[in-house]
Design a binder for this molecule. Sequence first.
Ligand code: NAP
Length: 468
Amino acid sequence: MTDHQDPSLAIIDQTVAKAVAAAGFWAESSAAVRAGLLRGLADALERQQAELVAIADRESGLGEARLNGEVARTAFQLRGFASEVEAGVPYRHVVSEAVAGAPPAGRPALVRVQRALGPVAMFSASNFPFAFSVLGGDTASALAAGCPVVVKTHSGHPQLSRAVFELAAAVVRQQGLPEGVLTLIDNTSRAGGTYLVQHPGIAAVAFTGSYQGGKALWQAANDRPRPVPFYGELGSINPLVALPAALEKDSEGLAKTLAASITLGCGQFCTSPGLIVLLASELSERFVAQLAAAIAPIATHRMLTPGMQQGFEAAAATVASHARAVFEPAADGVGPAPRLFATEAAAFIANPHLHEEMFGPAALVVSAQSPAQIIEVLQAVGGSLTTTLWGAEAPSEDNRQLLRAAEAISGRVLFGGVPTGVAVCHAQQHGGPWPSSTTPQTTSVGYAALERFLRPVALQDAPAWVLG
Ligand code: NAP
């Protein structure tokens, strides 16, 4: 694949070729070798933490406290996947012994094993410069599964991406591993990103970003002569239903908690609660007033990129033209002033413009006339990473139906707390029905993420040397 007019495409060819060359070795690597790399990467990241956080802060404006927390999460994740590898998770197999006699009861011997897919193209996220970038969750889970990773850097933090990659490449060299186990593509165009997704050497894609970008690349992966799995984690509006049972107890405390969650990281979280669903009542009106009082004075930090702020302003303007502002936002400071909009459930259900994500410090309050109408609101959302149900502790029929509706549209249902903050553990599910992710049966956070990069193969009547 040469003779490109765009020289960056030739670099992609060379980079993918390195990943392809390393794929066989890495797929067959032992648990000790694989876990050794993951732990080595975590150690190296922590050794250079101060210097890396300074670069990340300059590029992203996310602040040292948040970025230090993110490095801790990234190292924790790398070590967690190392433990999964040591526990034998990617090497697990299932045995069905041979049974003598005629089918269907009689059968040959079968062993179902898992094989690494091959080189994974990993699109870094803008909003997690460590935890979902060069050495983030997608990279850690793909490496743990035995797949080389080709990182496509995000244009929002190029220097950090390069610095993290350099330390990672040094670890790969020190451990005597092939260079192609982890490679980097930076300074490429959108055409380059599409070319990477369609490259015959790429066996799967992991993506975190916008609906528009994710959908374009998902389409590109499916338009290949031989389509490959595309694991896209896209946008989400994350409904939060606040029922009277919760508001009766501590509506002021909940309003403050919610205001902090909506504005956390300047609202640049895929789990930011963007839709607040209430039952029309005086209690709910008081809650909206308390939420407005809590959120209006919050000063946000700058957004990740000027494009991100423009995107937020445009999305907020669209919602503003279809709903009413709960308060007049203050003038923008370093970051955009928080916004809160409100509308009735019937208007929300009928108007797709109100279902769009505002990626930034804003939310839309929707008032429903009945529990059944709350369910209709959730159904109109269609697909979301999370749904939060405050005040659904009692085992009533209404709450059962609400839970059913929440599970139908989202990958994680919370009964307390706020959706921002996604724990890395075995039971985590980060991925919901379209449009929140392209493959809702998988997760991009938590240890089950490595299953995305393994493919089952059933070995029938295999000789002893095969099963070794
Ligand atoms: P993004 O624009 O989807 O970009 C993610 C990655 O995909 C980047 O590497 C980008 O390349 C690439 N890309 C995007 N569109 C592409 C296309 N059509 N063809 C080929 N490659 C493409 O995500 P983002 O940068 O995180 O966010 C940008 C906007 O999306 C923001 O304004 C925000 O409002 C919205 N958004 C983001 C998220 C999120 O979770 N990050 C969620 C919802 C909405 P470049 O590096 O060249 O841009």
